[in-house]
Design a binder for this molecule. Structure first.
Ligand code: NAD
Ligand code: MG
Length: 387
């Protein structure tokens, strides 16, 4: 184990992944050092974190929230930066070695992009970046010598299992899905789902957007697309299996039929830490698997009729181009409408399908085009809700 200190910046430090990352840093015996933190609205929490971790910079990404906040609680020695420009400036500083991309939604794209442009290593939680612009982002990383290490637990599991063989010998990967809180719901029950029910996940404690995505299984659709670009796999090499215990985080099958899996209790600190210490492994502050305790591991195929998002994920992974950005933005907008009481739970995926079917497909879009379509798709969801 090296004694080298790794300097990290956490984009979205006040969220679920951001806070788990800080838990990993706190347990690292000062081998991880926080040099930058960013947050959008919970600025008092950001300042608490800054007092504890003493970063060189913090970024308040929303200038309106920032101007309404009393910054006298900020520690001396920490400099305040503002807006998306502040994030771009933070991630390109020479002091930053690893950028943890933990902003939720398409708002995470620009910071990740700037980090890769500066040739940094990105510990990527923000799957939406790859859903929107997978080929462009992977190309940028290659060209600038940057690395993308997965934080998403399934992709971390695949990344770890892939180390066991040669890439050309991979037959397929199998992403596990908890199935969410409504795994056994009938279509009639699904239509009655409330916001509170959708926000309580059986195995994972996460931010609200990804918790709803897990309930619709759109999260798995986004993860199929994420895996397609991250690991350069054909969409038909990516399968999904429901595994309600969330212990087996995903599996890789090689050509000889050997299947390798990664197992651990459901806790994001382990995949976060692996992305920060790779290729080293350190003791981790997450719970350990106890195979002596009674436990069962169940697997079943997903129900594609009750959870049509998965089909949408495979379709978008196949067509590529602008489809990912449109699906992602439509989903973000539809989830926000559901959380705001303007859309039924069972309308989220049909709204996405409708917006996807109505967009002008472009097979090789520029980044600007993808950002334009992100805005367009959100407006289309509003129109869909109003008609
Ligand atoms: P969260 O809602 O708990 O936190 C989001 C963070 O992003 C906060 O720090 C917030 O200040 C910041 N943010 C929100 N909107 C922003 C904006 N417009 N501009 C800049 N910053 C903004 O979300 P989370 O659950 O931590 O998820 C973060 C990302 O990690 C998501 O992309 C999610 O899909 C992914 N992920 C999360 C988990 C998990 O267990 N929570 C697991 C795998 C992947
Ligand atoms: Mg995941």
């Amino acid at each position: 184990m090296s004694d080298r200190v790794r300097n990290i910046a956490i984009l979205g430090s006040t969220g679920s992944i951001g806070r788990s990352t800080l838990d990993v840093v706190a347990a690292s015996h000062e081998r991880l050092c926080v040099v930058g933190l960013t947050a959008n609205s919970r600025l008092a929490r950001l300042c608490d974190q800054a007092r504890q971790f003493q970063p060189n910079w913090i970024v308040a990404s929303n200038p309106d929230h920032a101007s309404a906040f009393d910054w006298s609680v900020m520690p001396a020695g920490t400099e305040l930066l503002l807006g998306a420009e502040g994030i771009a400036s933070l991630v390109s500083r020479p002091e930053v070695e690893i950028v943890v991309a933990a902003i939720v939604g398409s708002a995470g794209l620009t910071g990740t992009w700037a980090a890769l442009e500066a040739g940094k290593t990105v510990a990527l939680a923000n799957k939406e970046t790859l859903v929107m612009a997978g080929p462009q982002v992977m190309r940028l990383a290659r060209e600038r010598g940057g690395k993308i290490l997965p934080v998403d637990s399934e992709h971390s599991a695949v990344f770890q299992a892939l180390e066991a063989g040669r890439r050309q010998d991979v037959k397929r990967i199998i992403l596990t899905a908890s199935g969410g809180p409504f795994r056994r719901h009938t279509p009639a029950q699904l239509a009655q789902v409330t916001v509170d029910e959708a926000l309580s996940h059986p195995t994972w404690d996460m931010g609200p957007k990804i918790t709803v995505d897990s309930a619709t299984m759109m999260n798995k659709a986004l993860e199929i697309i994420e895996a397609r670009w991250l690991f350069d796999l054909q969409p038909d090499q990516i399968e999904v299996v429901v595994h309600p215990q969330s212990i087996v985080h995903s599996l890789v099958e090689f050509l000889d039929g050997s299947v390798l899996a990664q197992l651990s209790p459901p806790d994001m600190k382990l995949p976060i830490q692996y992305a920060l210490t790779y290729p080293e492994r350190w003791d981790c502050p997450s719970p350990k698997l106890d195979l002596a305790a009674a436990m069962s591991l169940d697997f079943e195929p997903p129900d594609l009729d009750r959870f049509p998002a998965i089909g949408l994920g495979h379709e978008v992974a196949r067509v590529g181009g602008t489809a990912g950005a449109v699906l992602n933005a439509a989903n973000e907008a539809a989830v926000a409408k559901f959380l705001g009481g303007q859309l039924l739970f069972t309308e989220i995926v049909p709204a996405c399908r409708s917006v996807l079917d109505h967009h002008h497909f472009d097979a090789s879009p520029t980044l600007e085009k993808l950002i334009e379509l992100d805005i367009w798709a959100r407006q289309e969801v509003t129109r869909w809700v109003c008609t």
